[in-house]
Design a protein around this ligand. Sequence first.
Ligand code: PMP
Length: 447
Amino acid sequence: MTLAIPHVRPVSGGLPGPIPPVVGARLTVPLVDGRRVPYANLDHAASAPCLAAVRDAVDELLPWYASVHRGAGLASQVSTKVYERAREVVRRFVGARRTDAVVFTRNTTDALNLLARALPRTGGTGTSVVRFDTDHHAALLPWRGPLVRHISSVGSLDRALQDCPTGPRLVVVTGASNVTGELWPVADVAAIARHHGARIVLDAAQLAPHRPVDVRALDVDYVVLSGHKLYAPFGAGALVGRADWLRAADPYLAGGGATSLVADRDSRLAVSWSTGPERHEAGTPNVVGAHALAVACETLGRHWDAIIAHERALLTRLRAGLAGVPGLRELSLLGGDRVGVVSFAVDGQDPGLLAAALSAEHGIGVRDGAFCAHIATRRLLASAGATGTRALRASLGLGSTAEHVDRLVGALRSLVTHGPAADYEQVDGRWTPAPDPRPLPPLLAAL
Ligand code: PMP
């Protein structure tokens, strides 16, 4: 069986094996009625649980943990090798070119801000940027100035690029929407961009945890992603892509590690900045985070068939179940294929109150709000015929099971039909049970 996935690398054949296990799969949570139930984490799109393989790899590294690139001791040298190996693993994971830079960042937001700062400002005009107004704020907001324009659909891209002044151009495109999970036609966007000599950056924060990404097959120049969405919650993300703009740009942060030489010449500092990825990684690097990210990449890379099959089955079950909840309106931007993310509104229901009751009465974690994509969420709610500016989002991943999906659907049906069983009040804008007898875990006991 070959799963042909639009705009991503086809997955090789063979029966899907078991999915890689995650930490916390047996977590139980207290409910307001005093019971304890297994936690149904349906919020993978915000942050995914840690892979067991990542936790084990971090454990294995920690005795060897020492400062990268600095020490003469063996532990420091091991840490340095681990860190540099991680770059190569991440490069392979996204199918990047041998000459591409792999820069470790904190997350996708950090990576996109770094790229925004590295855009060429030469030739008097600077770099024109075209991005979609429905993007996540991380992809929408870092670009500033008169050469930035936003468009609402792929249909407007050709025109927007035609209108750009001469000079470098960059198109920002999202792999999978964090609101609807829908896949953007990245290769089509790239083809239009190429026609106008523009570069393309792919925000793969939501795509990379669910589907293989191949920057060469997609013909994109840069890709950004977050470890915490890729089952590696240790504070690392990455920017991978063409090295030339990054090499020419001012260092993202100024400080140790980003320089090859600092000297005092006639009472003035003479600084030679490094020309490799470390140019933008000043300060002590996050070797644990980089290693965790690399191990997550390797683990996902070995299990794509199983991961995709698992998520497809759960997504079908979820959407079919939600379709039967009275008054529920699913949000959709593009139609077509999607990763395991579904956002919706329910007529006459406050999404914040539903989310609070799902947690307090059913042990289910979902997200409510506008998902750091205010324009997209508002537009989608309006086009679904829903009132309000907030929605609910259920997102699936390796920690999700059919029982979680069925519990969510059953709980929504019951909440929509009978209302919550407990009382709730708003505290700082969030609904919480009043009173809330749920004990916190021992790790918070001292607070
Ligand atoms: N892009 C998309 C599509 C996202 O879903 C997110 C996170 N919700 C981001 C960017 C930002 O990621 P981070 O918060 O890890 O920087």
